[in-house]
Design a protein around this ligand. Structure first.
Ligand SMILES: NC(=O)C1=CN([C@@H]2O[C@H](COP(=O)(O)OP(=O)(O)OC[C@H]3O[C@@H](n4cnc5c(N)ncnc54)[C@H](OP(=O)(O)O)[C@@H]3O)[C@@H](O)[C@H]2O)C=CC1
Ligand SMILES: CC(C)(CO)C(=O)C(=O)O
Length: 300
């Protein structure tokens, strides 16, 4: 398969690097990562140990491929979509956190857009080097649910490259479930500067769990079949499985970078308002992270 990975940071480099063992891959990213890949290849360490040589470019305009995998942060999706619209793709797959990414891509692209979630952990250690910090899986399918042969073909392309991937019929529910976990864990760990495992007990844990339950309430109003019981057992399981992790939002705050708050708790808040649902914990967490961003990043 001919595959473009748009957003060769941590996750994009891991997925694109693994895909490159089996497919013709072009990574779209930034220098000096791109120039290092061109001269020395891309090395993948941690749960994998290999060096690959995908094509790499900083210019994502006018590309064509069977599949484009989008791995930019959610606040860059609109820009990425405009650039990708200058090229030609048979299918696009978003593997991003938060909700709304597929809608943004669909607005600009002519091809079908699939939704995906990844539980792999990836960290771009240095130019040309990505570390796989957690072995997980990729779940993908049509955004609004249902079975699709295109989704199955895409999942097979990932599986052929050693990436655990499954096409599922209930992607809408999966996206809300992942959102509930991120809405609970990410801002609380970022604000209190703790690893995920600290949320296993205590009052911070209650804040996380309440944010997740509020998210499930909104998900049901949006038509997703997601019980509070399911999100509570899911968030407990993720906290346990990723106890040593610094969440992505905690890492962003430590690095003084803009966070994905708008696509996570901000999106819960926005959709809750549409349905007249009160989500006080999500509202509070969103306000606090927004305040931090105003003071500490370029985002005003
Ligand atoms: N890392 C992980 O383990 C996981 C990440 N995710 C999700 O995956 C998504 C990506 O996360 P992550 O990989 O950590 O993020 P990164 O910031 O590491 O990667 C995104 C990369 O895309 C680059 N980029 C953005 N726009 C362009 C453009 N127009 N042209 C070229 N390059 C561009 C960014 O560069 P720059 O920063 O310079 O703009 C950055 O290097 C997020 O939604 C995240 O929540 C999900 C599961 C696990
Ligand atoms: C699941 C979790 C919370 C793991 O750290 C994550 O997705 C993130 O950090 O963004």
């Amino acid at each position: 398969m001919e595959i473009v990975v748009f957003g060769a940071g941590s996750l994009g480099s891991l997925l694109g690097g693994l895909l490159a063992s089996e497919h013709r891959v072009t990574l779209v990213g930034r220098d000096p990562h791109v120039s290092t890949i061109r001269s020395e290849g891309l090395s993948i360490t941690g749960r994998f140990d290999r060096t690959v040589a995908p094509e790499a470019t900083t210019d994502g305009a006018g590309l064509a491929a069977d599949l484009v995998v989008v791995t930019v942060k959610s606040f860059d999706t609109e820009d990425a979509a405009r650039t990708l619209a200058t090229g030609e793709f048979d299918v696009a797959l978003s593997v991003q956190n938060g909700i709304g990414n597929e809608e943004t891509l669909s607005k600009h692209l002519d091809c079908p857009v699939l939704a995906g979630t990844a539980t792999y952990g990836a960290r771009l250690d240095s130019p040309g080097h990505v570390d796989c910090t957690g072995h997980g899986e990729l779940t993908l399918g049509p955004r609004d649910g249902g079975v699709s042969s295109v989704a199955k073909d895409v999942a097979e392309a990932f599986t052929a490259a050693d990436i655990e991937a499954n096409a599922v019929p209930d992607m809408s529910r999966k996206l809300w479930e992942k959102l509930a976990v991120n809405a609970g864990i990410n801002p609380v760990t970022a604000l209190s500067r703790v690893r995920n495992g600290v949320l296993g007990e205590g009052s911070a844990s209650e804040i996380s769990r309440t944010a997740a339950v509020e998210t499930a309430h909104v998900a049901r109003a949006e038509g997703a079949d997601l019980s509070s019981h399911t999100v509570l057992s899911r968030i407990d399981a993720v906290i346990d499985a990723t106890a040593r992790n610094q969440s992505s939002m905690y890492q962003d705050v430590l690095a003084g970078r803009r966070t994905e708050i708008e696509a996570i708790n901000g999106a819960v808040l926005e959709r809750a308002e549409v349905h007249g649902i009160d989500v006080p914990v999500n509202r509070t967490l969103t306000a606090l992270i927004r305040a931090w961003e105003r003071e500490n990043t370029d985002k005003k």
